[in-house]
Design a binder for this molecule. Sequence first.
Ligand code: MTE
Length: 313
Amino acid sequence: MIIRHSPDLRYSDVTPKQVYLNRRRFLAASGVAGLALPFAARAAKLSTTKSSNLGGNEKVTSKEIVSGYNNYYEFGTGKQDPAENAPKWKVPSPWTVQIGGEVMKPKTFDLDAIMKLAPVEERIYRHRCVEAWSIVVPWIGFSLNNLLKQVEPTAKAKFVQFDTYYDPKIMLSPREAGIPFPYKEGLRLDEAMHNLTLLGMGMYGETLPNQNGAPLRLVIPWKYGFKSIKSVNKITFVETQPKTDWAAYAPGEYGFYSNVNPKRDHPRWTQAKERRLGEGFLGRGIEKDTVMFNGYGDQVAGMYTGMDLMKNY
Ligand code: MTE
């Protein structure tokens, strides 16, 4: 994996300059089309954890689209609402993430402590929303397991629950948004510990815009986008499968696993196709076939061996 070795990097240092070398190398590894790379970067010897196995004709989606077309129900239910409302939110400082539950060493981390845990990387991931649109995003962060292993999960820990920061003074009420708050998501322990599961702190070489989940979010590229919880401030290791927002809202529509699966349609629309935002004529988006596990099956399919993925959707 492409890594900037700097244990001293602070959260505020996630800038284009700091990650520049790393970024060039990562793009070279990912084979993203349409990006002119110096020969030296392309030829650089890279360890190839294929965290960005994009096809040759896939392009990174523009930052304008990725930060202007969002789902962040705390800041509105329309796609443009988060870009309008979330920037007015003053992200609390210091930001802390409280980690507890079935662990030997419960601990609360602030951002600078988190940044010291591992070098940040740029990872270009496909991101497929359950609503059948998709984007390609150059995230910045590192594998979530770097943080989780600090607290030493006990043998009882089978799942991990994540909570979003919630401030009713500035965010919608659950009644207005139609879903419970604080927003909750969950993963099985092996999914949470998987190297592809990213603790994201930035995108496009900069810290995250509020509407994309500042200051910390998850990105789980083989699952539908709603699993990628934004603005995380609490992580709890638990014994039983946690109750998550969308699965609680409509269990027949949104399952706990929510692995991208073109064969398992949403009751109200097909999941076999997706619209890649920003591409095609006048950037109106082009239709693509959706791929099992969003194209990350070589790395994640093994976690679901023997499971009926039509039932465990
Ligand atoms: N996290 C919180 N806290 N609140 C939300 O409404 N929406 C989810 C997910 N994380 C959501 C959230 C959904 S439905 C999607 S598709 C992705 O965020 C969208 O991420 P993006 O806006 O960065 O593309």
